[in-house]
Design a protein around this ligand. Sequence first.
Ligand SMILES: NC(=O)C1=CN([C@@H]2O[C@H](COP(=O)(O)OP(=O)(O)OC[C@H]3O[C@@H](n4cnc5c(N)ncnc54)[C@H](O)[C@@H]3O)[C@@H](O)[C@H]2O)C=CC1
Ligand SMILES: CC(C)=CCC[C@@H](C)[C@H]1CC[C@H]2C3=C(CC[C@]12C)[C@@]1(C)CCC(=O)C[C@@H]1CC3
Length: 345
Amino acid sequence: MATRVRPRNKRCAVIGGSGFLGRHLVEKLLDRGYSVSVFDICPSCEVPGVTFHRGDLCDKQALLSALKDVSLVFHCASPAPGSDNRSLFERVNIQGTRTVIEACIEVGVQRLVLTSSASVVFEGTDIKNGSEDLPYAKKPIDYYTKTKIEQEKLVLNACDKEKGFLTVAIRPHGIFGPRDPQLVPILVDTARRGKMKFIIGDGTNLVDFTFVENVVHGHILAAERLRPDSPICGKPYHITNDEPVRFWDFMSEVLVGLGYDPPRYHLPYILVYGLALLLWLLAVILRPLVSFKPTFTPMRVALAGTHHYYSCERAKQDMGYKPLVSLKEGIACTVQSYPHLQKGD
Ligand SMILES: NC(=O)C1=CN([C@@H]2O[C@H](COP(=O)(O)OP(=O)(O)OC[C@H]3O[C@@H](n4cnc5c(N)ncnc54)[C@H](O)[C@@H]3O)[C@@H](O)[C@H]2O)C=CC1
Ligand SMILES: CC(C)=CCC[C@@H](C)[C@H]1CC[C@H]2C3=C(CC[C@]12C)[C@@]1(C)CCC(=O)C[C@@H]1CC3
């Protein structure tokens, strides 16, 4: 069978395409008629029709050969936020992103879409309907977020209309959906260990959880709107479900959908935060002797007990963004996709 040669603007690469978001993005790009290459350190992207390049994004030579003939690059690779390997975050998110930019410019890539994070402005205290005008966090909640800030700055500053290299950053928040390796698995693991009985605070704090297909939609819209005359060049955009929800209602709906009891009893936020801080300190002090990873880290307690939701008005205005899947539909689809995490299995 003859292979169809696509115009260069329909040839793209997804760095991090084997991951949760990356793989959903790859599938949608194929549906939309793009030819897709995946570049990832992990070889699990077995999507038919995709050219796979295994490599580390810090390796410029490997990138140069993978990005040849590509005009559009999505960069959604990162070490998992749960890792406490600071030098890995720094190497991949900062130095690696620098290498991605250099490689893109060298091979003549015209558009680079970065997956950043809404948490780049979060310091552990309430954010209600935050816009993209909020300053970067001076005290980011963890080292992962610190490197996401530097990464976003690098990509946005690299935008150069004269050189024909256009960039944009998408800031999702709380991505969930089928095949998510983080949110639902952590929740179920906590429930299975009998630790999902308590609501931290009064349970009314609103948060954004964003269905993965909406995040993918935001990325593709941004890529397709990224032209020299567009207002989106060199800017960050929040992409959310536009339906802030109580953190504990969302958790309860997923838990109940999977057959577990929802949390019932309230604990004061300040008490849990203080305990988490103490545990974290203990883990640091005892690290040379024993290694343990507390479930309740200060960062997690802050995420579970404060408001953090963001406005996506700017994405609506500048790129015609509108969530495609409601929260209710997204939760139903997600719960259905995890039969092995149902209670009793
Ligand atoms: N999952 C979430 O709730 C959110 C995620 N994000 C961002 O979205 C992006 C995608 O996240 P997920 O899909 O959840 O993560 P993931 O861990 O499922 O995917 C990341 C991918 O990057 C690859 N990767 C890591 N280091 C690499 C390297 N040195 N070279 C090449 N590939 C490498 C991994 O193998 C993996 O396939 C990340 O940039 C993350 O910071 C932002 C906000 C929220
Ligand atoms: C909205 C947002 C940024 C979500 C990010 C995903 C994770 C940070 C959360 C997914 C499951 C959450 C969770 C907790 C904290 C935040 C998550 C890890 C707890 C550990 C908070 C304290 C508890 O009582 C148990 C929770 C389990 C689930």
